[in-house]
Ligand binder design. Structure first.
Ligand code: ZN
Ligand code: ZN
Length: 304
């Protein structure tokens, strides 16, 4: 599972920072959180293809989070994409995508499924689900949690051998949680050969937000919290007024939610060097980094 920050600037792009977008690549799927202007070019630079199964989660309808969609849809079409693209977002996202189709002249080569969503579980797959909660920005604005379902425990080959389960398809069945019948009629249950199930991973992406108890709840025990920090602590009043955060607001959220790791993004164009912001957050939550465009990280599976 690879997480790539495609755009880390707030509101206005700079030579160093594009507009909001975070790509999560997992197995054969791409999940994109926000799609600021220029996201498609950042994807090319990061070596992220345009054909794989994909979902886009838009936090809110401010231009710096959504204006990358028209270009992305056009490029995907020019490249002959055929896989469906799912787009999730708050009220307005349907009109926006429809207007692109109606007014910008290109032919979509693939189905686009747009879902206007509110709080709660917005999509559920076999191995994960995505949940949304209202953030503390202008309404409506959503923060998203990607939560992996618990994975089956480790397979103990010795226990299987001892029970007389022959290696091969029966092992795979047990590994995926099914019980099996042996040649002599005995039934072997998965819990007889599997260790305790292993916790899934959790990533939370806030989009734009001021201090928010909703975001704290959504981020509970996350492995990674990607939180906006538009302004430095000295501008806290202005930040809160505009529905934005400072490093200490983000760090407080990380601390209250008990997350493992915090990454700050949506950095205002006024900061050429974000080290100040990093130091302010670290005073409250040590395991903090400030994202740069193309920062890439792996989120390892949790072991027993
Ligand atoms: Zn923004
Ligand atoms: Zn905004």
């Amino acid at each position: 599972m690879k997480i790539t920050f495609l755009g880390t600037g707030g509101s206005i792009p700079t030579p160093q920072r594009g507009l909001s977008a975070v790509a999560v690549r997992r197995k054969n799927e791409l999940l994109l959180f926000d799609c600021g202007e220029g996201t498609q070019r950042q994807m090319i630079q990061a070596g992220i293809g345009f054909h794989r199964k994909a979902k886009v989660f838009v936090t809110h309808m401010h231009g710096d989070h959504v204006l990358g969609l028209p270009g992305l849809l056009q490029t995907m079409s020019l490249l002959g994409r055929t896989n469906e693209l799912e787009i999730y977002g708050p009220e307005g996202i349907k009109d926006f995508v429809e207007a692109i189709n109606r007014t910008v002249r290109f032919t979509l080569t693939f189905p686009v499924k747009v879902s206007e969503i509110d709080e709660g579980i917005v999509c559920e797959e076999k191995e994960y689900m995505v949940t949304a909660a209202q953030s503390g920005h202008m309404s409506p604005s959503l923060a998203y949690a990607w939560t992996e379902k618990p994975r089956p425990g480790r397979f103990h080959t010795k226990k299987a051998q001892k029970l007389g389960v022959p290696e091969g398809p029966l092992w795979s069945k047990l590994q995926s949680g099914e019980s099996v019948r042996l040649a002599d009629g005995r039934i072997v249950e998965p819990e007889m050969v599997l260790g305790a199930s292993r916790a899934g991973r959790k990533i939370v992406y806030t989009g734009d937000t001021g201090p928010s108890e909703n975001v704290v709840r959504l981020a509970e025990n996350a492995d990674l919290l990607i939180h906006e920090a538009t302004f430095e602590d000295e501008m806290k009043e202005r930040a809160i007024e505009d529905g934005h955060s400072t490093p200490s607001i983000a760090a407080e959220t990380a601390k209250k939610a008990g997350v493992k790791r915090l990454i700050l993004t949506h950095i205002s164009a006024r900061y050429k060097d974000a080290d100040r912001l990093l130091q302010q957050a670290k005073q409250i939550f040590v395991n903090t980094e400030v994202a740069e465009d193309f920062l890439e990280l792996e989120l390892p599976l949790q072991e027993d």
